[in-house]
Design a protein around this ligand. Structure first.
Ligand SMILES: CC(C)(COP(=O)(O)OP(=O)(O)OC[C@H]1O[C@@H](n2cnc3c(N)ncnc32)[C@H](O)[C@@H]1OP(=O)(O)O)[C@@H](O)C(=O)NCCC(=O)NCCSC(=O)C[C@H](O)C(=O)O
Ligand SMILES: [Mg+2]
Length: 280
């Protein structure tokens, strides 16, 4: 089970050495080192080599480092998987996963690393429950662009059922779920709205394409000072109620039950994990 922060997951094309270098100083929680759609066919081999060198050089701190390989049905996928298996990364992100068998095939080539699944095909969404239950899987990253293309959908609202289905599957399996990208990377208001929507649905973070999107995702998906204060006060109120033989506390006119304490402790643990990451 992944416990590191996943508020912001930035795609970095393996074909862009400057961006690979710049990422060492960026405040993303997760780096999605991309060999797939951000890399042109002619640049695929060089991108794999760039990525090998960048990861070997290190300097990415405690960020979660995932390598998105090409699909095994392409000319590059199997070699990407074999190369990623030897890279000092935290997992392999498999594109266009439609069934657990797609993960089995990559797992055979990558024996020792966790797997993550791009959820971006209609069949994959329908099979989300069995994909999420794969023993090597640590998380979903939603591919809203490919999904919208395959479904013929023109709005994010049209994807709501698919997003919720993925979330249900992820939560049932206890894995991470990261929302899709917001393409208009210079539109901060639109990004903020979509981050809030994703957070309120239950996502753990947002996948991003440009450094200018980091602050918004980190702020929206991270606990605020008010969240942290409320969590402390809920725990204190509940402890006091329990000490008096009560099973329920009342705080600010609202009941506080054990289930709220689970959420409060999770909020504090998340804040601690973010602080620890920021120290690396
Ligand atoms: C979108 C971009 C092509 C814009 O590039 P550019 O015009 O070069 O941006 P800027 O000049 O504003 O860049 C400023 C500096 O920031 C660095 N930079 C830019 N993007 C990144 C990045 N992603 N990671 C790290 N650093 C980045 C530039 O190097 C500049 O640095 P400096 O020279 O020092 O000033 C570009 O942002 C880009 O290529 N983004 C990634 C696109 C991508 O990865 N697409 C694929 C993933 S999305 C997807 O596939 C989703 C899914 O599969 C689905 O189906 O939905
Ligand atoms: Mg995609």
């Amino acid at each position: 089970m992944q416990t590191r922060p996943t508020r912001s997951a930035l795609y970095i094309p393996g074909s862009k050495p400057r961006a690979l270098d710049k990422a060492r100083g960026l405040t993303c929680d997760v780096i999605l080192f991309d060999l797939e759609d951000a890399v042109a066919p002619d640049a695929k081999i060089e991108a794999r080599s760039n990525l090998h060198d960048a990861l070997a050089q290190g300097g990415y701190g405690g960020r979660l480092k995932l390598v998105r390989i090409n699909g095994l049905d392409t000319d590059w996928g199997a070699d990407d998987a074999r190369a990623a298996a030897k890279m000092p990364c935290d997992g392999v992100l498999v594109p266009k996963v439609s069934s657990p068998a797609d993960l089995d095939a990559v797992a055979d080539l990558v024996p020792d690393l966790p797997l993550w699944a791009m959820m971006e095909t209609p069949l994959g969404i329908l099979n989300a429950q069995t994909i999420a239950a794969h023993p090597r899987l640590e998380g979903f990253v939603i591919g809203t662009n490919d999904l919208a293309k395959d479904m013929g959908s023109r709005t994010r609202a049209a994807l709501t059922t698919a997003l919720q289905h993925c979330l249900l599957a992820a939560r049932a399996a206890g894995i991470v779920a990261i929302d899709g990208v917001y393409n208009a990377y210079q539109d901060q208001d639109g990004l903020q709205r979509e981050c809030i929507e994703g957070r309120d649905m239950g996502f753990d973070g947002k996948s991003l394409i440009h450094p200018a999107q980091l602050d918004t995702a980190n702020a929206v998906f991270g606990p605020t000072a008010e969240d942290i204060d409320l969590a402390h006060r809920q725990i204190a109120a509940f402890d006091a109620a329990v000490a008096e033989g009560q099973g329920v506390a009342v705080l600010d006119g609202r009941i506080v039950e054990n289930l709220h304490i689970v959420t409060a402790r999770a909020t504090l643990a998340k804040a601690d994990a973010i602080a620890a990451l920021e120290r690396t």
